[in-house]
Design a protein around this ligand. Structure first.
Ligand SMILES: NC(=O)c1ccc[n+]([C@@H]2O[C@H](COP(=O)([O-])OP(=O)(O)OC[C@H]3O[C@@H](n4cnc5c(N)ncnc54)[C@H](OP(=O)(O)O)[C@@H]3O)[C@@H](O)[C@H]2O)c1
Length: 277
């Protein structure tokens, strides 16, 4: 969709140190952006990933816990676009997505109250939230029932958190306009081009394609009326390539959801892996 862009925007990005957020940040930095505020838990981690940010005058970094209202308000102040790519601990019970969503909403409410007190009109920002194709009724209905059940059951913990995050950001439509960005399985592989559609989603999306789609969805005003959108890689329907990856993830999801002590075993194995690498 070739539509007008608005370069004079202030954009706030959350989750920039994650896999999706890094791709979004790389994409934004290549574009003619005006002012980018980045919310991170660790500024050092961000700078290690993107040392060039230290000398990029367009960029402002806000550091703190996601629940810190003072920092959150400062980081959201003036933002016309909010890109939230915070990811949770998907396989295990976790409230990261919900907490982040609630904190953003609370900060926006505070900013709106301040605007009203100062006699300024509230211009509600647009928020792009990293969601999942499973949370899109049309996409979910297009799946074979058994596959849908396997996916919903395996990833129940992540989806529970995501559902609560959806609920939190939709609490007041006059406060913020939300676009749920809904990819299928996320894959570490080369980009094949992003495919953005409200009608269908393919099996898989590479992080690079997802990041590029986020940038387009944020900067092109033609997407502003959408409420949810599927994002895929152009070649995201190569079933033979993605089926083994999806099966491994589903198996990991069942392990996490139903095997007692799975979290401890996972933490232990990750610790060993870190030592080896
Ligand atoms: N995996 C899939 O196949 C799939 C498919 C569809 C949708 N999704 C969605 O994508 C998400 C994962 O995205 P991803 O792979 O890009 O994630 P990721 O690489 O794990 O990155 C997570 C990001 O969120 C931040 N974060 C995590 N917990 C936080 C907290 N409590 N407070 C503040 N920041 C926090 C991390 O910051 P730090 O660097 O400080 O830790 C990091 O920047 C999932 O949660 C799911 O909603 C996944």
């Amino acid at each position: 969709m070739a539509t007008p862009t608005t370069p004079q925007l202030t954009i706030t990005l959350l989750g920039a140190t994650g896999r999706t957020g890094r791709e979004v940040l790389s994409g934004l930095l290549k574009r003619d952006i005006h002012h980018l505020k980045i919310y991170v838990r660790s500024k050092q981690k961000l700078i290690n990933l993107f040392p060039q940010l230290l000398s990029d005058t367009r960029v402002e970094i806000c550091e703190g816990e996601v629940t810190n209202q003072e920092t959150m308000q400062a980081c959201l102040s003036g933002a016309k676009i909010i890109i939230n790519t915070i990811g949770g601990y998907s396989f295990f019970p976790d409230g990261s997505l919900q907490r982040a969503a609630e904190s953003i909403v609370m900060a926006l409410q505070g900013l709106r109250n301040n605007a009203r007190t100062d006699g300024r009109k509230w211009e509600k920002p647009r928020m792009l939230l990293l969601s999942s194709s499973s949370r899109n009724e049309r996409f979910a209905a297009a799946r074979p029932k058994l596959v849908h059940w396997l996916i919903e059951t395996a990833f129940q913990n992540g989806y529970n958190d995501l559902k609560l995050a959806h609920k939190a950001v939709l609490v007041d439509p006059s406060l913020v306009s939300v676009l749920f960005v809904q990819p299928g399985v996320l894959i570490e592989e080369e980009a094949t081009g992003s495919y953005i559609s409200t009608e269908e989603v393919k099996l898989a999306c590479s992080y690079e394609d997802l990041g590029a789609a986020f940038v387009d969805l944020a900067l092109e005003r033609g997407y502003d009326e959408l409420r949810e959108v599927g994002v895929s890689s152009e070649l995201g329907n190569r079933a033979a390539r993605y089926a083994p990856i999806m099966l491994r993830k589903i198996a990991a999801g069942f392990f996490a959801a139903y095997v007692p002590g799975a979290l401890h075993i996972t933490n232990f194995l990750e610790g060993v892996q870190r030592l080896i690498w």
